[in-house]
Unconditional design. Structure first.
Length: 142
């Protein structure tokens, strides 16, 4: 079973989560993912990634460890800035070592952070998207 977080910030623990942050648990087949200890899911609370990822969708993530795990251009990741709510963004490397944080919503321009900007603003990449779960039934837990 994988926890589905309603909200998540950089200070929240994924390994030992506060139960108030968890909406429900997903049953994930053991054969689908080798390192199940690195899995978590989050409800998307913004429209930044529409039309591909909608508000209310659930995205399954694997935990990212910067310095150990490689992030490829086009990876969709969960990103925290300071104590703000984690948001989902497409990552693209820049030539100078920074990242472009792209949103699929065409009305929202990409954001760019140098490696130094990321340190100063406490920007952390905490997860890489593995699977999108879209329910066609309206959520009743709001």
């Amino acid at each position: 079973k994988v926890p589905v977080f309603k909200t998540l910030t950089a200070k929240d623990s994924i390994d030992n989560p506060d139960t108030k942050l968890i909406l429900k648990y997903l049953n994930v087949p053991r054969v689908d993912y080798t390192d199940r200890n690195r899995l978590f899911a989050k409800v998307i609370n913004t429209d930044h990634m529409t039309p591909r990822i909608m508000r209310g969708d659930i995205v399954l993530f694997e935990t990212i460890f910067i310095g150990k795990d490689k992030i490829d251009d086009g990876d969709v990741c969960l990103v925290c800035k300071g104590d703000e709510e984690a948001v989902i963004r497409e990552m693209v490397h820049s030539d100078n070592g920074g990242y472009f944080f792209n949103m699929f919503n065409v009305g929202m321009p990409p954001r760019f952070y140098t490696a130094d900007d990321m340190r100063k603003n406490n920007v952390q990449i905490i997860g890489r998207a593995l699977k999108l779960i879209h329910d066609f039934k309206p959520r009743t837990d709001k």
